[in-house]
Design a protein. Structure first.
Length: 122
């Protein structure tokens, strides 16, 4: 099992909301290692409507569908009882993970892998 942070930007907010179980993104923004059974921390950027720089839940990956223009990750949504702030997430990440998290693309979705200790801390 692998762990990821799935970043939700503004681009798909209306058609694929964070609680909707469908995560579309560009193939360039999707690690090829993600597969069914993996878990994603679902994080909304400042440009995502309704949330502000916080993780709102987990997504258990059920299927990954890839074509030339888009990857769609389907997941089972499990909300957190309390959202997790950006600062809390930053405190849990190691150096390389922190560099990726620091430079989030605010308008689009993208995904990156994190370690098991980082995931457990979040």
């Amino acid at each position: 099992m692998s762990y990821f942070i799935a970043v939700f930007g503004e681009k798909y907010a209306n058609t694929s909301p964070v609680d909707g179980g469908k995560y579309p993104l560009s193939p360039a923004d999707c690690p090829s290692t993600i597969s069914a059974g993996d878990t994603m921390v679902l994080y909304c950027t400042a440009s995502y409507p309704g949330y502000y720089m916080e993780a709102v839940g987990l997504g258990e990956v059920t299927k990954v569908q890839q074509n030339t223009n888009e990857v769609v990750i389907y997941y089972k949504y499990s909300p957190f009882s309390q959202t997790v702030s950006r600062n809390k997430i930053k405190a849990c990440l190691d150096g390389s993970e922190m560099r990726r998290f620091k430079y989030l693309h605010l308008s689009r979705n993208w995904l990156f892998e994190i370690s098991s200790p980082s995931f457990n801390c979040i």
